[in-house]
Ligand binder design. Sequence first.
Ligand SMILES: [Zn+2]
Length: 84
Amino acid sequence: MQYGFQCEECEQAIFPATTRSELAWLRDRIHVVREVAKHAQTGLDTWMLDGLDFLERHAGHSVVLVSRATASGRAGGGASTGSA
Ligand SMILES: [Zn+2]
């Protein structure tokens, strides 16, 4: 299972390589993480930067935590591209 953020208004989603609890942590502390990111451009994990970027772009929108199955069952039907 993969976990990610989805914007209900833009219908866009990202699935960084991390856990659900990490994503929830990031979303709850977006203001703190954003400040940290300003001062420490290196050293942050990729998932954190990706998640931060997504939350920034969808600030004020309704962003929810979502999950999706991996590997088995490649039922398309989505606008997602570039999935490995
Ligand atoms: Zn949005």
